[in-house]
Design a protein around this ligand. Structure first.
Ligand SMILES: Nc1ncnc2c1ncn2[C@@H]1O[C@H](COP(=O)(O)OP(=O)(O)OP(=O)(O)O)[C@@H](O)[C@H]1O
Ligand SMILES: O=P(O)(O)OC[C@H]1O[C@H](OP(=O)(O)OP(=O)(O)O)[C@H](O)[C@@H]1O
Ligand SMILES: [Mg+2]
Length: 302
């Protein structure tokens, strides 16, 4: 049977069992060198290469698992974390979570949207209206900040359809491409905040053993996050064109410069954190670079 309380010498991370964040969360942790043996019920993954286990759950349960100390970390949308934190604060409870890292996927925003036919004059227009949302704590806080008295109607899903069904005048929900709003003849008019997947943990410190494991995980995670879009760019060039080539390297660390055996030319390798586009490669070639080669970076430890 799956143990409930975390063993003191193992770290436990909650991730979404299925849904938008499930695969990218697992892939990111795997890129940190973690491997697991999955339980038969697919709810628990036992860490093999490191004592770092995964608990596979609904995303809404992740903040509670962290607050209760069942998990040491969770990969969850900032929107879910912020909603539950706002709910705690509204009930005079202390904030229980700490956002350790933003993870760069699951990007979306929480926005208020109104029927396309409305001419939007500002939040005061929502006074006396009914706004449907899955984020009642965040919406209530935002309305209060705006000094607007509106009714908040909770719906756990399919929020965008509420105005068409006559259940609400406006909505407050997650928006990414805006396609779902448009399909329901709604338009976004105010952004409450921007969200993405984050690595969340408790406010309280971990004990020494798990603290060390957490530090190791964060070190590897930083390397993986930094390397995710980085490329190693290699090329040769005559020495005299170097000053015009270096400014063209996209957000590069100081390059390694070597002499090419038996020639006057130089060989360069530069770790680029910006986008190495075809256009940029052509610019480098025009500026005198030859034999340009772009390599993916599998890992890095600073
Ligand atoms: N359209 C979107 N584009 C990008 N990210 C999104 C989008 N919609 C939601 N997200 C982010 O992904 C998270 C998970 O979304 P998903 O739809 O899988 O949640 P869910 O249906 O509540 O899943 P669960 O079954 O775990 O409760 C959201 O909390 C949000 O952070
Ligand atoms: O702006 P868009 O790109 O259209 O994305 C926004 C939609 O995505 C999410 O729903 P999802 O597709 O995950 O469905 P569900 O939450 O209803 O399961 C969110 O709840 C919005 O409805
Ligand atoms: Mg959910």
């Amino acid at each position: 049977m799956t143990p409930v309380a975390p063993a003191r010498d193992r770290l436990r991370i909650a991730i979404q069992k299925s849904g938008r964040l499930a695969d990218p969360a697992r892939a990111l942790l795997a890129s940190c060198g973690l491997t697991w043996r999955e339980s038969r019920d697919r709810l628990f993954c036992y860490g093999e290469t490191l004592p770092i286990d995964l608990l596979l759950v609904r995303d809404d349960d992740i903040p509670g698992l962290i607050a209760d100390g069942v998990c040491d970390f969770g990969v969850v949308g900032r929107n879910v974390l912020a909603e539950q934190d706002a709910g705690r604060v509204a009930h005079d409870q202390a904030s229980a979570f700490r956002e350790w890292r933003a993870l760069g996927f699951g990007k979306c925003r929480l926005a208020v949207a109104v029927p396309e036919g409305w001419s939007w004059q500002g939040p005061a227009q929502l006074s006396g209206m009914r706004v449907a949302t899955s984020y009642p704590a965040l919406l209530s806080r935002w309305l209060a900040d705006q000094g607007v008295a509106a009714e908040v109607a909770f719906l756990s899903g399919s929020v965008e359809i509420a105005p068409r069904l006559g259940q609400a005048d406006a909505v407050c929900d997650i928006v990414s491409s805006g396609g779902t709003l448009a399909a329901n003849q709604l338009k976004p008019v105010a952004t409450l905040f921007e969200s993405e997947a984050v690595l969340a943990g408790p406010v309280a410190e971990l004990d020494a053993i798990r603290g060390e494991l957490a530090a190791l995980l964060l070190r590897r995670l930083d390397g993986a996050l930094r390397m995710r879009h980085s490329k190693l760019l290699m090329f040769q060039a005559p020495r005299e064109v170097l000053p015009s080539l270096l400014p063209l390297l996209p957000d590069a660390d100081a390059p390694t410069v070597m002499r090419v055996d038996g020639a006057e030319d130089l060989a360069l390798q530069a770790l680029c954190h910006g986008a190495v586009t075809w256009q940029r490669l052509e610019e480098l070639k025009r500026a005198g670079a030859r034999g340009l080669m772009v390599l993916s970076v599998e890992g890095m430890l600073a």
